[in-house]
Design a protein around this ligand. Structure first.
Ligand SMILES: Cc1ncc(COP(=O)(O)O)c(C=O)c1O
Length: 444
């Protein structure tokens, strides 16, 4: 590679400022992936790594699937890009229709973004625009939940509840409050599926609504099952209570389904799994198997109609959008991905494999350092006892040991997370779990 700038060195790791990464530690001992296929990655030196995390909760159909690769190649050769503002291209409408067909009844309006973070901020703006359009512009407060993750843009950072993510950015956005996290190890450790205790944590929403007054509250945003903050499964009855409180007070309920969307729980969305229809639903990642960046907000028809009908004819109704909204390559990947989900019945497969993952995971009870195991659908969480004075080290070390042994698991602090592609085989589940068991034996 010929470089003009003498201060830039080819083939070094120093120029890429890595996201959500301890840059100095990583660059001292990099873990690189260079090739992928099906359930596997390969490192640049040709070592095979079994993917226990579907990349980053996103490659639900497995890697480099031929129909998706070919669809993107075809689209790139046909039309690389088309402007999405006051213009469009046909497969944008086809892509929206494909998503609308999967969405809960009454939620058939789809706004495209490029990521989960953009979806969260778009949904927050939609909720504010909706209340303004229906004549209640005072409704501006957004309520999130401690340990919630809604990406890294301003709305998502502030509505999110991970202290470290918020610490350096105080008060980016006014009018945000939080209900407590549902995590309750003392009562719920080693629960299978939804824990029995904690529905009452939803009562806190009623308290906040009274405190702020309903006339000031725009929306509640929660992940129906929280992934990024360490696989936190909603207690039985909890989401039902949250939804009832929102309905009672005219508050927009936003489900952040960036992780749970597209078969992770064996259903198209967690909304189907829990049989709760939110008002707005954000998604991304597996929408197109992560082949091209893409996200979406799925809105209740009534929200779309209210915002659109409030504007004078001919005027732009919702002044929001991205240069790459409904990017042709992303749409092509979406259509091929959704077809693959149907052809291979991957959501049903996810449902069928979930009990096998649960059984394998819970066999780790009693393994070294393990203080909790959680599961729902094709998701697993293993919480490790933090090492005194070094919170998060054990999680990182377990991740590194597993990677060295040829298995990719995710870690968040001292919690290991599993979310394999939906094509995983039972023997591969066994290999992942045994690799974790061995790794835990070998770390202090
Ligand atoms: C629930 C949730 N919301 C939002 C995001 C942010 O998505 P992105 O990284 O695509 O911006 C994530 C990412 O993991 C997520 O899990």
């Amino acid at each position: 590679m010929k470089l003009e700038n003498p201060s830039v060195h080819a083939s070094t790791l120093e120029h890429f400022w890595m996201p959500f990464t301890a840059n100095r530690a990583f660059k001292a001992a990099p873990r690189l992936l260079a090739k992928a296929d099906g359930m596997y990655y390969w490192t640049p030196d040709g070592r095979q790594v079994l993917d226990g995390t579907a990349g980053l909760w996103c490659v639900n159909a497995g890697h480099n699937r031929k129909p998706i690769v070919e669809a993107v190649q075809r689209q790139a050769a046909t039309m690389d890009y088309a402007p999405p503002f006051s213009m469009a291209h046909p497969i944008a409408f086809e892509a929206a229709t494909a998503v609308a067909m999967l969405a809960p009844a009454g939620m058939q309006r789809v706004f495209f973004t490029n990521s989960g973070s953009e979806s969260a901020d778009t949904a927050i703006k939609m909720a504010l625009a909706y209340h303004r359009a229906r004549g209640e512009p005072s409704r501006r407060i957004i309520i999130g939940r401690e340990r919630g993750y809604h990406g890294v843009n301003i709305g998502g950072t502030m509505a999110g509840g991970i202290p470290g993510n918020r610490k350096a950015f105080p008060a980016l956005m006014a009018g945000v409050d939080h209900i407590r996290s549902t995590h309750d190890l003392a009562r719920n450790a080693f629960s299978q599926g939804q824990p029995a205790h904690g529905a009452e944590f939803a009562d806190e929403l009623e308290r906040l609504v009274t405190f702020h007054d309903p006339s000031n509250i725009a929306a509640v945003i929660v992940e129906p099952m929280a992934g990024s903050a360490g696989v936190l499964i909603p207690p039985q009855g909890y989401l039902e209570k949250l939804a009832a409180t929102c309905r009672k007070h005219g508050i927009v309920l936003i489900f952040d389904e960036v992780i749970t969307g597209f078969g992770r729980l064996g259903t198209p969305f967690a909304a189907h799994y829990f049989n709760i229809t939110p008002d707005l639903l954000t998604c991304a990642k597996a929408i197109n198997n992560a082949a091209v960046p893409m996200g979406a907000v799925i809105a209740k028809n009534e929200i779309y109609d209210t915002i659109v009908n409030a504007a004078p004819e001919g005027q732009i109704e919702f002044l929001h959008g991205y240069t790459y909204s409904a990017h042709p390559l992303a749409c092509a990947a979406l259509l091929a991905t959704q077809q693959l989900y149907v052809d291979e019945q991957l959501f049903a497969r996810s449902q069928a494999m979930a009990p096998k993952l649960a059984a394998a995971l819970h066999s780790l009870k009693g393994a070294r350092h393990v203080i909790d195991i959680r599961n729902l659908g094709l998701v697993g969480g293993i919480e490790l006892e933090p090492r005194a004075g070094a919170v998060g080290r054990r999680g990182l070390e377990a991740h590194v040991k597993c990677f060295e042994a040829g298995v990719l698991v995710r870690f968040t602090g001292d919690i290991l997370a599993l979310s394999p592609p939906l094509i995983i085989e039972e023997a591969q589940i066994g290999r992942i779990v045994e690799t974790i068991r061995t790794a835990l034996q070998s770390i202090e």
